[in-house]
Design a protein around this ligand. Structure first.
Ligand SMILES: C[S@@+](CC[C@H](N)C(=O)[O-])C[C@H]1O[C@@H](n2cnc3c(N)ncnc32)[C@H](O)[C@@H]1O
Length: 271
């Protein structure tokens, strides 16, 4: 189905929110969900409703800004990271002047991905303070960064966290699990829009040189040109031999752009 240009212009006019960057099929499936949720009989009826109803405009924009995440999302990716990639990076960094492993989680949502990485790094360095790491976790959404810094999670997002990790890294308050403060010591959270023309990587990181860049479950929202501009930024911020990680559902995008997947189906790429 062809997307009618009307809602794009309407949305941009009424909200100032630029939906023109979004991939057509993502935009269409989001609109279809909203049509269903609002019991609209057709797309035309939905557009009339949308124009008259500011709450629905906010709902639609919220649906476009999907912030769903979970700990250790994509089990194969995390298994390869834990057993092969992160130990090899730690060894490589250990032989260099700048020993800290450097990681950027570029669309960290509520921090689940970044904290999962911190747990891995703590386990692999086995409490050895000499083997440091820095994790820079960014997102365009202030609300998401606020939640990430807060570090409190409902049990539903912790399904992939083992009981051992739950005990070691979290404290339970009623139905919520809070990240222990010591896990935050090597992490920096900040608001960062990947389309910012002024910045190529988080200012707190001073320079890029990242061993790992996680750019997961974000590329598929955007049109091809925007994906390419995001990937260009990532490539320029990677250390020599560094790895770029996407969501497992986004592997095809990188394979199409001729990125080399280091282990089949892992969603871990090298440039
Ligand atoms: C589905 S979440 C992915 C979270 C996590 N990376 C994961 O895979 O579980 C997508 C996140 O991308 C963020 N995002 C979307 N566009 C962005 C942009 N242009 N710059 C930075 N973050 C962006 C959203 O705010 C949202 O938190």
């Amino acid at each position: 189905m062809e997307i009618n240009k009307y809602p794009i212009e309407l949305l941009m006019r009424t909200t100032g929110y630029d939906v023109s960057k979004y991939d057509d099929s993502f935009l269409l499936s989001t609109l279809q969900k909203r049509i269903f949720e609002t019991n609209s009989k057709s797309m035309e009826n939905y557009f009339v409703f949308l124009e008259q109803n500011s709450l629905e405009r906010a709902e639609l924009i919220e649906s476009l800004r999907i912030s769903y995440s979970e700990f250790f999302r994509n089990s194969l990716t995390f298994a390869v990271l834990e057993r092969i990639i992160v130990p090899s990076i730690v060894m490589k960094r250990d032989k260099t002047k700048h020993k800290d492993v450097r990681i950027w989680s570029v669309a960290c949502a509520g921090g689940q991905e970044a904290y999962s990485l911190a747990i891995l790094l703590e386990e692999i360095s086995n409490g050895d303070k000499a083997q440091g790491y820095r994790i820079f976790a960014t997102d365009q959404s202030e609300t998401q960064i606020h939640d990430a810094v807060n570090g409190q999670f409902p049990s539903a997002s912790l399904n992939n966290v083992s009981l051992k990790r739950l005990k070691e890294r979290f404290t339970k308050h009623n139905d919520m699990y809070a990240i222990k403060p010591e896990l935050k010591e090597n992490m920096a959270f900040s608001v960062f829009d990947l389309f910012s023309e002024k910045m190529t990587c988080p200012p707190e990181s001073i320079y890029g040189d990242f061993d790992l860049i996680f750019c997961a479950n974000l590329l598929f929202y955007y049109k091809d040109d925007y994906r390419k501009s995001i990937l260009h930024k990532m490539r320029n911020s990677l250390a020599v031999g560094g790895y770029l990680i996407t969501g497992e559902v986004e592997r095809d995008i990188l394979l199409r752009y001729k990125y080399r997947e280091v282990y089949p189906y892992s969603a871990i790429f090298q440039v």
